[in-house]
Write a protein that binds this ligand. Structure first.
Ligand code: NAP
Length: 434
């Protein structure tokens, strides 16, 4: 085989980004591989109106993905359509045709990755998915190869660029959530329907994939406690700063004696940690191993070119394997269970917590809250109150020493019933051990 041929289905942000990288960097890619990686087919329903680079003059255009997947001229199918419908059909049909696959589809891989990998292994083909998490950071390669000899104990990530952009803008400018979201939508950083980003679902899919790779456990999105960033206010940053912390949407997978605790939620992290310096739309992943200690990975989480590099690099790796004969594979989603990494509910988590209240001011408020905490055997750490004009909606913060999330939730539900609460209390864990 003189060259390896590629068919790309999906010509949106990532598809066009991958095409730009593969065409503009074709000479160097060929030199690195020692053979040609050639785009033979491009496909989208509106393919005839898509402007392609001059280098792709001879490429076959089609609106029917089946033509790409069934063509004897295609060795690797690149699925960049997204979603869990057609994308799944494309991958399953490619597996049946025994063609290797490259995909950027986090949603599908988080939901059905284990099943798709099992069928790919049976068919003796490869399924590469580097671009599916943290676009520009080669985190799959790190977990599957770079540090695969270690035993991961904790993985923390900032995996949603839109949420991180919004939080860092609230932090910098003290603007409120709705205002920053509207701006992010205008700038094209946030979708018209921002729920997947700001409510944590996009990050949850990514954490499901990374935790599966890191712990060799079958993890589904429903194993992950998920809370978004809509309730974060500028005042929360002011209090967090007073405490030497900032706030990020943290994706966490932590091994405990009882099992694996998985969550996507806003959390306080010390400003002295490297994770706190992740600004704007950047992503980062922090992995702690039993033997190798801490490693940290940082880069662009999305965007046509960074994600295009991940797709191009996956294509190069898969093409090398095709040329040299595919090695035996083990699914990254399905190590035989060791048992110790079984997901357990987040309520088993022990952490310090930040509790923010908004109350109608009157005497005895702190005493009432302190009594509820004492009844639940939760030790109060600090009470903070910044000057405020508003007596009807007075914000203040209580931090508590490490305790179980179950106790904190019990206390919060009793506190919510108190007649002086102007809104339900907000609780965030404080990541102290970074
Ligand atoms: N955007 C990012 O930065 C980023 C980063 C990492 C991962 N991802 C993932 O990459 C994937 C693609 O994302 P994207 O942002 O590139 O999406 P996008 O811009 O919406 O592009 C999707 C493409 O798929 C085509 N398509 C849709 N249905 C099709 C069908 N039935 N047959 C053939 N083509 C079809 C669309 O064109 P037509 O409508 O003309 O068919 C379009 O070209 C998703 O899984 C996403 O989660 C994206």
């Amino acid at each position: 085989m003189q060259r390896v041929n590629v068919g790309i289905v999906g010509l949106g942000n990532v598809g066009m980004g991958a095409i730009a990288v593969l065409t503009q960097n074709a000479k160097q890619i060929k030199e690195k591989l020692g053979f040609d990686l050639k785009i033979k087919f491009v496909c989208s329903r509106s393919v005839m109106s898509v402007e392609l680079p001059a280098e792709l003059k001879g490429v076959t255009k089609t609106a029917d993905w089946r033509e790409v997947v069934s063509s004897p001229d295609v060795d690797i199918v690149v699925e960049l359509v997204g979603g869990t419908g057609v994308a799944k059909d494309i991958i399953q049909t490619a597996v049946k045709q025994r063609k290797s696959i490259v995909t950027a589809n986090k949603e599908l891989m988080a939901l059905a990755g284990a099943e798709l990998w099992d069928s790919a292994i049976k068919a003796g083909i490869n399924l590469a998915m580097e671009a599916s998490v943290a676009g520009g950071i080669p985190i799959h390669a790190v977990l599957r190869e770079g540090i695969s000899g270690d035993r991961v104990t904790t993985l923390l990530g900032i995996l949603n660029g839109t949420s991180n952009f919004i939080l860092t803008e609230i932090e910098k400018r003290r603007a409120n959530f709705d205002e920053v979201l509207a701006e992010a939508q205008k700038l094209g950083y946030a979708e018209a329907d921002p729920a997947a980003d700001v409510d944590g679902y996009d990050a949850r899919s990514k954490l499901a994939i990374l935790a599966a790779l890191a712990f060799g456990e079958k993890i589904t999105p429903s194993d992950i406690y998920t809370e978004g960033i809509r309730r974060i206010q500028p005042i929360d940053f002011q209090y967090a700063h007073k405490l030497g912390h900032t706030i990020r949407l943290v994706c966490a997978a932590k091994q405990t004696a009882d099992g694996l605790i998985l969550s996507v939620r806003p959390a306080l992290i010390p400003t002295s940690t490297i994770l706190a310096s992740v600004q704007g739309s950047y992503n980062a992943v922090w992995v702690r191993g039993k033997f190798g200690a801490d490693t940290f990975y940082y880069g662009r989480g999305a965007g046509p070119h960074p994600t295009g590099v991940a797709v191009a690099s996956d294509l190069m790796r898969v093409a090398r394997e095709i040329r040299s004969g595919s090695p035996e594979r083990v699914s990254p989603f399905a190590h035989p269970r060791l048992g110790e990494y079984k997901p357990i509910p987040v309520t088993s988590q022990k952490s310090a917590y930040y509790l923010r209240f908004r109350v109608v001011d009157r005497p005895g408020i702190i005493a009432a809250l302190a009594k509820i905490l004492a009844d639940k055997k939760i030790s109060l750490d600090a009470v903070l109150q910044l000057p405020s004009d508003s007596k009807d909606n007075l914000p203040f913060v209580i931090t508590v020493e490490p305790t179980s999330e179950k106790s904190v939730r019990g206390a919060l539900s009793e506190m919510s019933e108190l007649d002086f609460m102007a809104e339900p209390p907000l609780a965030m864990p404080m990541e102290l051990g970074l």
